[in-house]
Design a protein around this ligand. Structure first.
Ligand SMILES: [Zn+2]
Ligand SMILES: [Zn+2]
Length: 344
């Protein structure tokens, strides 16, 4: 089968790989109907990597698939079921797994990072990582399940109250999901801070009330009687100094983006003086079913974010577009040929 692998640091390859086989009795063999390129894939492929992955691994961690074969003990699934997948496979045995913090698992296997992922025609996944979706949920909406699940877990921490003002730093896909869901959850005003004009316009389309350049920070204060926002969310992974400056005293900061190649300079006394609460949020925890339930309401607005529909072999086109920020959501169809329209 065709697959996109991490050949070595900073380099991918579109190549042939053997078909995966059922290994454990609870495995599902899945045909990948669609997969999408995430910002983390760019971090994995940069040199030095902003997010290290294992060489030789099949990349990709966001997908919608169809079960084509199941192990004898794979429970709750039938051949033909459509599924999305939690790509972080916890061990279930370590201190954190047994303390209800599976996202902190000490032995986690992350598909698309240290185990084979979804930029391929087929994939083997454990049944407990799969979540069934309905037959009529469009592929173009279901494909958002993985990143949206991570955002849902972040929202669970920040607990926005109706009327509150939130600043979202960065209008990449994650920033746009936050802007959309914060409004959906009743935020009074969502202000997105983003350098790119195209992305600022997208943020407005996704429901943000205002989209400003980071250097226009005065607008945030003017709009909040000089106090700063109730909540600031950093989706870029390097903007804690800005977040500390833009949040009001006693406000909340959610650090969501990750960039291990970036360093920040910060006087922590501002955090003390303002009595800030800072949450880290790493991947998704137990919000998969809620995420799928939300997607089953078919939020059409998400489709606006799809800028590219490509074959797996055209990975390079999507990758470059993500890198130069002309793309938001790049969908790859590993098992389809020809023109790619809106699809079920
Ligand atoms: Zn991702
Ligand atoms: Zn564990």
């Amino acid at each position: 089968m065709k697959a996109v692998i991490l050949e070595k640091i900073g380099k991918y390859a579109v190549t042939d790989r053997p078909m995966p086989q059922i290994k454990e009795s609870h495995d599902l063999l899945v045909r990948v109907d669609a997969c999408s390129i995430c910002g983390s894939d760019l971090h994995i492929l940069s040199d030095p990597p902003g997010y290290p992955a294992k060489e030789g691994v099949i990349l990709g961690h966001e997908m919608v698939g169809t079960v084509i074969k199941k192990g004898e003990n794979a429970a709750g699934f039938q051949v033909g079921d459509r599924v999305v997948c939690d790509n972080n496979i916890p061990c279930g045995r370590c201190y954190f797994c047994r303390s209800g913090k599976a996202n902190m698992c000490e032995n986690v296997m992350c598909l698309g990072v240290d185990g084979d992922g979804f930029f391929a025609q087929y994939s083997r996944i454990p049944d407990f990582a799969a979540v069934k979706i309905s037959e009529d949920l469009p592929l173009d909406i279901a494909i958002f399940a993985e990143p949206l699940n991570c955002v849902m877990s972040g929202l669970d921490k920040i607990r926005i109250l109706p009327g509150e003002t939130a600043v979202v730093i960065g209008a990449g896909p994650i920033g746009l999901y936050f802007a959309y869901l914060l409004k959906y959850n009743g935020a009074g005003k969502v202000i997105v801070a983003e350098q790119s004009e195209t992305r600022r316009n997208f943020a407005l389309e996704m429901g943000a009330d205002m989209a400003v350049k980071p250097e226009e920070e005065q607008i945030i204060f003017d709009d909040t009687a000089g106090r700063g926002a109730d909540v600031v969310i950093d989706t870029a992974g390097c903007c804690l100094p800005e977040a500390v400056r833009w949040v009001r005293s006693s406000g909340r900061i959610l650090l969501f983006g990750q960039n291990f190649a970036a360093q920040q300079n910060l006087c922590q006394s501002y955090i003390t003086r303002k009595e800030l609460t800072i949450f880290g949020s790493y991947i998704g925890t137990y919000s998969w079913h809620d995420t799928v339930k939300f997607l089953e309401t078919k939020p059409e607005v998400l489709k606006k974010m799809i800028t590219h529909r490509l074959s797996l072999e055209e990975f390079q086109v999507g990758y470059e577009a993500m890198k130069n920020k002309t793309a938001l959501e790049v969908i790859l169809y590993p098992n389809r040929k020809g023109e790619f329209d809106e699809s079920i």
